[in-house]
Design a protein around this ligand. Structure first.
Ligand code: GUN
Length: 297
């Protein structure tokens, strides 16, 4: 078989930025600069990388973003106080709480304290509930980016069997909902596998589309997939190597072992990662547009 076709999130994300330009321009003409507040607690290196790449993109697009850094031992109430202030300020249209939060902090309490209208990550229980009912307000960025990849590359989900591996509230769970919704982009038959699934290949070998969101480097190999499967790799894992940096980034899918079996694959880097950031920008622009609409009413 010929090598799998590459589904480039990098080039798709660039076209999304171009398409957002006129929306940003319209907002600026009304005196509104789309703005994002990022709340980061502790010094988890992976989170620092994510936050840096998100805020770098905002800077590049000359959009407003501000990061609020807290040390890992900050009391929960200090973070709740900041979020209350961010909720009440008009210049922050979006508020992003970088996850995971340290163990002593009740993540649910923090996520629930964000104004759902500013919840550009779509992690507030009210927003996840709306998503489950098929009436989303904000769709979480990584799942939304993956759905956009399907649309762009004209991969229809109806009649397909999708196996999502990983059940996090950030990626796997919302994806299992989105792909199976009764609408034109959904209608897949979706199976959600996770760490307690005894025999993942039993399901994934049947799948037309496999979405790997487990956070284990190179976990998915040829023993998991059927010929012609479409593979979406959500993993961003650091593994040590002999390069100058001392590490490289690899996905959850062992690309070399599957590229002659799969029909399509998202690369790492350059696949899902850039789409997550593009969707964060899009959701922030959308939040700003909605706030303008509310103020005009
Ligand atoms: N931690 C890992 N991925 C994400 C993400 O997409 N958003 C937030 N807020 N935290 C994360």
């Amino acid at each position: 078989m010929s090598p799998a076709r590459i589904l480039s999130g990098k080039s798709l994300s660039n076209s999304i930025y171009v398409s957002l330009e006129s929306r940003i321009h319209t907002l600026r003409q009304k005196g509104v600069e789309p703005g994002l507040a990022v709340v980061m607690v502790g010094d988890d290196p992976a989170s620092q990388v994510y936050v840096r790449s998100k805020t770098r993109k905002f800077k590049e697009l000359q959009l407003f973003s501000e990061t609020f850094n807290f040390s890992a031992d900050t009391p929960e109430n200090d973070i709740l106080d900041l979020i209350a202030r961010l909720n009440s300020k008009d210049n922050y249209h979006g508020i992003l709480i970088q996850l995971p939060l340290p163990d002593h902090i009740n993540s649910l309490r923090i996520l629930e304290s964000v104004d759902p209208k500013k919840d550009v990550d779509g992690f507030h229980p009210a927003n996840l509930g709306r998503l489950a009912m098929g009436i989303p307000r904000f769709i979480p960025c990584t799942p939304k980016g993956i759905m956009r990849i399907f649309e762009h590359y004209q991969i229809t989900l109806a009649e397909k069997h999708i196996v999502v591996i990983g059940r996090s509230n950030i990626v796997g769970r919302p994806l299992s909902i989105l792909t199976s919704l009764k609408n034109k982009n959904g209608n897949a038959t979706t199976t959600l596998c996770h760490s307690q699934t005894p025999d993942i290949p039993k399901f994934s070998l049947e799948a037309d589309i496999v979405i790997a969101a487990i956070g284990v480097p190179n976990f998915i190999d040829e023993s998991f997939i059927k010929p012609g499967a479409i593979l979406i790799d959500v993993g961003i894992n650091r593994v040590k190597d002999r390069s100058e940096k001392g590490y490289k980034i690899v996905g959850d899918i062992h690309k070399k072992r599957v590229e002659l079996i799969a029909s399509h694959i998202t690369p790492v880097p350059g696949g899902v990662g850039p789409m997550t950031i593009a969707m964060l920008v899009e959701n922030t622009v959308e939040a700003a547009e909605k706030s303008v609409k509310r103020s005009e009413q």
